[in-house]
Design a protein around this ligand. Structure first.
Ligand code: HSE
Length: 367
């Protein structure tokens, strides 16, 4: 039985991972050890004392380490483990090692071949991708796989969960305060809507809403900036779009351009994306639809109709599920090679926990 150490299992992504693993009975047939950065010695989820997540000798006893602890922890511990000669597999949800030459960014429905080749070639670091990139690729795998895509623009509508647990709470607190302020006018049929709007606008701007996490109101607003500034006016989140898409697809030598604007919106845990694709040739819409549908078992094609869109292509409909619906598909007026579509996915499942969970299953020889 493999010894598998878990770090960061109590945080948001880690908790989603633990839930998925319990749901699927993944803990059967492995020796799990739970590590902690702050509560060593206290009882863990299996009753055994938690191990110190900074103690290299304890970590080195593991065949596989799976971390959802975050990039700072990875940077603090991973180099030391490798320098000390640890030969185990490191599976990580954080971005710290994604661009390292000795890692593979994992999204197995899309790049299982790359993962298997990496395993054969002695790669030992397997890293989950950026949520937006993974969700885009899960939705549009069929088109990339056929080498049909000349370039992609993705305009994102990213949920609060992508920024962290405290941000989700801050969003709801902002919503609650706005709700409290506007309730009596919103429910009064005789009230002037512009009076309600004035009241909400004043509340958004009077400095009373909690904004410690986001730095600006998100409820009843949006924030067109995610992560830090990079070159060429891009944010880091926008930069990841191209860098990680090509890393996952194994197309870094001849990268497919991916660019767009990443925007935080008031959704809880589903990222959405409005995508424009330029195809390398004119492909009939029915063929495109078939390619999208057939690519993996989680993608769902949503007909470009209002009722289907409202029922199936929203964060509310997708949250908490592994579905990756793709809809609003049509050719654009720019020409027959220009395609637009919309896709939604759970940022904590396929966007974070599921790719690393499945990488663990691959290492255990279960899938
Ligand atoms: N960077 C993403 C976001 C989350 O801020 O939504 C994780 O990939």
């Amino acid at each position: 039985m493999k010894n598998v150490g878990f770090i960061g299992w109590r945080g948001m992504v880690g908790s989603v991972l633990m839930d998925r693993m319990r749901q699927e009975n993944d803990f059967e047939g492995l020796n799990a050890t739970f590590f902690t950065t702050s509560q060593a010695g206290q009882p863990g989820p299996d009753g055994a004392p938690l191990q110190d997540a900074h103690d290299l000798p304890s970590l080195m006893k593991m065949d596989i380490l799976l971390s959802c602890q975050g990039g700072d922890y990875t940077k603090a511990v991973h180099p030391g483990l490798r320098e000390a000669g640890w030969k185990g597999y490191w599976v990580d949800a954080a971005s710290a090692l994604r661009m390292s030459k000795s890692s593979i960014v994992v999204l197995d429905p899309v790049n299982r071949k790359l993962i298997d080749e990496g395993l054969e070639n002695g790669i030992r670091d397997f890293i989950g991708g950026n949520c937006t990139v993974s969700l885009m690729l899960m939705g549009l795998q069929g088109l990339y796989e056929q080498d049909l895509v000349e370039w992609t623009t993705s305009m994102t509508y990213q949920s609060a969960s992508g920024a962290g647990a405290k941000n989700m709470k801050e969003l709801v607190s902002q919503m609650a305060e706005l709700g409290d302020a506007g309730r009596y006018l919103a429910s009064d049929p005789a009230a002037e809507v512009l009076e309600l709007d004035r009241l909400i606008s004043a509340k958004l701007n009077d400095g009373s809403l909690p904004i410690d996490q986001f730095g600006a109101p998100l409820a009843a607003s949006l924030i067109p900036w995610i992560d830090s500034a990079m070159d060429c006016g891009r944010t880091r989140e926008e930069w990841k779009g191209m860098a990680e898409t090509n890393r996952i697809l194994g197309t870094e030598a001849h990268p497919i351009p991916v660019d767009g604007q990443c925007v935080r919106v008031g959704a809880m845990r589903c990222h959405s994306q409005a995508i424009t694709l330029k195809l390398k040739k004119d492909v009939p819409l029915e063929e495109i639809e078939a390619l999208i549908k057939g690519a993996n078992e989680w993608v769902e094609f949503v007909p470009n109709q209002k009722a289907d869109t409202l029922a199936r292509l929203t964060p509310a409909a997708v949250s908490g599920t592994l579905k990756v619906p793709v809809g609003r598909l049509r050719k654009m007026i720019m020409g027959p090679e220009y395609l637009t579509c919309f896709t939604v996915g759970d940022q904590l499942l396929w966007g974070a926990a599921e790719p690393v969970r499945r990488m663990l299953l691959i290492l255990l020889g279960r899938i």
